[in-house]
Design a binder for this molecule. Structure first.
Ligand code: GLC
Length: 571
């Protein structure tokens, strides 16, 4: 493992990050859209939770074809979010509370309304022509949001490339003048006190030759192009190192084996990446927008594989929800009788793995999917485009929505539920997307008043993590990889050995003597014995840690008897 001395920028390893989707967090002026002043109102809430870093999804000027992931001006604040003065106010308010701000940078593509693209599409002589990617003939590659990846441009009689919507033309990273502009934009925000960046689809920056026919999943065609590491090293040299900025790159299509190429500190690229292996666990391999069944053993295998791949060769990022995924409780947990227990269980998982945890807004109160009733209630471009394609194929709305409700990004984008007043206290006006009717029962005000709530469990779990170096830096070893319902592992550092046992099922599970001699550090039920539905326990064990600390030991060769666990973990 690289030492802290070798990596002086590693303050972000001890940190807990909170992701804000500004459109849906808090509306201060009643126009139905969340805004920067609204975020500033809620900073004390984040401090009470124990947050160190806020990652703000894009707040730049945008026509909002993809809710801000289509940037028309990288140096301007979108009017619906406020002004640059509001941004500066927010940055000051954060700094005075010791909160660090991470901005979202959308550098794979711009909006088609960006002045660079407007100029480039008007004439082949535009100075910005080479900021984008043009061909006389398209190939058969598909766009992530449906349709082909090339769009015809009448004025210049050729085609431009876009991995996402036609309104999101891809930037041409081959062009050094473009890269210099991007470094300047990063310097601009760093000058405003920003501590780091989340880089949107970083793995797509360098394009592969457009010659192979596209078959199967599309991410592999777009990810890991030949020059991506060269570009990231240049970014590191030019901007990140001189300004001491943290980075986390969103990395679809990057495997655990490839991950160290992006985050091994010795290579000087990024600090962390977000992988997609568990994001895609309930999707078909060919189509990210098609639901598929998932198994706990796969989730355990994925999270364990990523820990191993980065152990000593980089640092992991941990997330179970974000603005692109349905709510984690609806995907992996329980939304009925065991909802509270399940929410606390996933808090335990997120905050006891090795890596920097990212909490998505609302997960800390256990928000769940919204019962959207018809296509008109969805806002996301993925829903609208998917429905247009379904109609072209003659599919019925009910049939399309039966699938789409399981994958919709809009579930993560409904208003944050602050209290039991109208629209969950998010806005005094009409919200841009409907609130989940569940806000009257599940909201921040009710949970802050209840010491046994999901919110207070997150708060305690965050405090525990920060006070426990073994939970941050300790080795991780999975126990009983094949158990269908129990996710159990140890974290070890020096003579500290913590055992985490999670029953990811709605039934009781007998775990024999597992953890019998341990002292409970935290849990979501009282008492010992068989695990109750969605029970989570963290125990401190006395004894020899050497056996677990060996990086050579494989997932299956930890002797379960050592921990008092029989092979199946059941009586
Ligand atoms: C990333 C963002 C997502 C956006 C896409 C295109 O995946 O997280 O919200 O739609 O990039 O920018």
């Amino acid at each position: 493992m690289p030492t802290e001395a070798a990596e002086p920028r590693a303050w972000w390893k001890q940190a807990v990050v909170y992701q804000i989707y500004p459109r849906s967090f808090r509306d201060s002026d009643g126009d139905g859209v969340g805004d920067l002043r609204g975020i500033a109102e809620k900073l004390d809430y984040l401090v009470a939770l124990g947050i160190d870093i806020v990652w703000l999804c894009p707040v730049y000027a945008s026509p909002n074809v993809d809710n801000g992931y289509d940037v028309a001006d990288y140096r301007a604040i979108a009017p619906e979010f406020g002004t640059m003065a509001d941004f500066d106010h927010l940055a000051r308010e954060m700094a005075s509370r010791g909160l660090k701000l991470v901005m979202d940078l959308v550098f794979n593509h711009s909006s088609d309304q960006h002045r660079w693209f407007r100029s480039a599409r008007a004439s082949k002589d535009s100075p910005y022509r080479d900021y984008y990617i043009w061909r006389d003939e398209p190939n058969d590659w598909r766009a992530v949001f449906g349709g082909g990846a090339w769009t015809w441009n009448e004025a210049t009689g050729d085609w431009y490339f876009h991995i996402f919507a036609p309104e999101q033309p891809d930037l041409n990273w081959e062009n050094p003048a473009l890269r210099r502009e991007l470094w300047e934009i990063m310097r601009f925000w760093a000058g405003k006190g920003v501590a780091g960046f989340r880089l949107d689809v970083v793995s797509f920056f360098s394009k592969k030759p457009f010659d192979a026919p596209q078959q199967g999943g599309i991410f592999p065609f777009y990810a890991n192009g030949p020059k991506v590491h060269e570009y990231l090293r240049e970014m590191r040299r030019e901007v990140l190192d001189p300004l001491d900025l943290m980075t986390v790159g969103e990395a679809p299509g990057v495997t655990a084996e490839e991950a160290p190429l992006y985050v091994d500190p010795a290579r000087g690229e990024l600090d962390m990446i977000f992988h997609f292996d568990h994001a895609g666990i309930d999707r078909t391999p060919e189509d990210f927008w098609k639901p598929a069944p998932w198994k706990l053993s796969d989730l355990k295998e994925i999270l364990t594989r990523w820990d191993r791949a980065l152990a000593g060769r980089g640092w992991n990022s941990l997330y179970l929800g974000n603005h692109d995924l349905p709510r984690l409780l609806s995907r992996f947990g329980d939304t009925g009788a065991h909802r509270q227990a399940a929410a606390k269980l996933f808090a335990t998982l997120l905050l006891t793995l090795r890596g920097t945890p990212y909490i998505y807004q609302g997960d800390e109160i256990g928000m769940i999917n919204t019962p959207f009733e018809n296509i008109g209630e969805y806002r996301d471009i993925v829903a609208r485009n998917g429905w247009a394609e379904a109609q072209a194929q003659g599919r019925a709305e009910s049939e399309f929505l039966a699938d789409h409700i399981l994958v919709s990004r809009d579930h993560a984008r409904t208003p944050m539920q602050w209290d039991a007043s109208s629209h969950g206290g998010f806005t005094a006006g009409a919200p841009w997307i409907r609130a989940n009717p569940d806000f009257s029962a599940t909201n921040v005000a009710a949970q802050r008043a209840d010491s046994d709530s999901v919110f207070h469990y997150y708060r305690r779990m965050i405090a525990l993590r920060k006070a426990t170096p073994a939970l941050i830096h300790g080795d991780y070893v999975l126990i009983d990889a094949g158990h269908p319902d129990v996710f159990a592992y140890v974290r070890t550092l020096g003579d500290v050995l913590l055992l985490v046992v999670l029953n990811v099922s709605g039934s009781a599970v007998d775990i024999g003597d597992l953890g019998r001699d341990g002292a409970t550090v935290i849990g979501n039920y009282d008492g010992r014995g068989a695990l109750r539905p969605f029970e989570a326990r963290v125990l401190r064990m006395a004894g020899e840690t050497g056996e677990f600390a060996s990086p050579a030991c494989s997932m299956n060769d930890v002797d379960p008897v050592y921990m008092g666990l029989d092979r199946r973990g059941e009586a």
